[in-house]
Design a protein around this ligand. Sequence first.
Ligand code: ATP
Ligand code: MG
Length: 446
Amino acid sequence: MIRKLIGRVFRLNKQQGGGRVVIPLKRHGISRDHLPTFALKTTDQLQAAGYEAYIVGGAVRDLLLGKDPKDFDVATNATPEEVHKVFRRSRIIGRRFKLVHVLFGDEVVEVSTFRGSGDAMTDDAGRIIRDNTWGSQEDDAKRRDFTVNALFYDPNREEIIDFHGGVADIEKKRMAMIGVPAVRYREDPVRMLRAVRLAAKLGLSIDPVTRKPIRELAELLENVPSSRLFDEMLKLLFSGHSWVCLMQLRDEGLHHGFFPLLDKMMAMPHGEAFLRTALENTDRRIREDKPVSAGYVFASLLWLEVLDNWDKRKAAGEKPMLALFSAIDEVEAVQEEKLAIPRRYGSTTKEIWALQPRFEHRSGIKPFRLLEHPRFRAGYDFLCLRAGSGEVEQELADWWTEFQAADGQKREAMLIRPQAGDPATKKRRRRRGPRGGAGVAVDNAQ
Ligand code: ATP
Ligand code: MG
């Protein structure tokens, strides 16, 4: 009786999963030469050593969608130690999940052994805390998140192996979770962020059954270690679709656990315009393959918080420059605690912020000094961003655009002469006092 029942449940699961479907080249169109040599060498050498080896996950999905994969992962039935023996230039990494990094010049291929989720240990909230058991290819497909992410490509046979209807979902531009969505989100709440990020990045729609539990389970993100959230944040910011992703995360109520300052910032004057201009700029640069510094992006994400904090301090009577530095320190502490942005990104961010008041000085020697500052360019770009969203006068940014391009004579002519009785003039006199001025503090802080 029990055996019969198990048999029925098992068959049902198999039907849901659809079993192992082999999709030939003429249906999917991905020939071997779509793949870079280093990826082919990895699967070829593993297969030559007698193992199964497939390109797996995001790369297969991206190829089917006609996009350039950003990295190539391989799945195999060889254990990490066996993989390591096949490739002289490789190393075993990871404690929780052992993986092998195979190196070809600057390129790294991540090779993982087929894994099951058979005896995964979960915590009280249902989150997986240990999962290091090897499994079959079918097990490996099942433990992945979305059907479109669970495809295996064999470059020698030029076949795709599909257990969950991922190829059909790609054709329908649909993201659907493998298994029961709520259970899979409880196992790993980051999957909720991945659903939204990948859908926005790839132009797929989230299947209603996969989308439905997200709002209700959003708070589970609070249990996720901040380092993982930070990894997701980086992926989102550098996806080339960061603005759309962030807005969709907000629509799903996922931003509370991910970027708690977002609501407050969007409600500020110029807040939405500023964030939108900043992120769309970054997105454009990424899509044009131009470099983007993480420090700059974080500077724009958090600037409104710095401004808000700075304004409050000034209103309470603190001196402007000292108030700015205290505001920066306070926001930095918040970013570390709430956003898990590691300190190593902080120095560029801080420099960009600290330069902003210096753009307001358009007389005497100061503008010339600022032009020579090693971070002038980043600071100026940031000023343009502020101007673009109406947070500072466009005229100020235009002045700096012209000043940079001008020759020496024209620059002199552009300087704005302080008027007698101008409060700025009085302030400057006071700053030249024996105890040094706030302007000096800026220089020291770089
Ligand atoms: P991206 O284009 O952002 O790299 P990706 O899908 O390749 O997207 P990776 O983080 O590189 O994302 O993961 C590789 C593969 O590992 C995924 O395609 C998916 O099959 C699996 N995977 C990643 N994260 C999870 C997760 N949280 N739960 C289940 N499977 C996951
Ligand atoms: Mg990937």
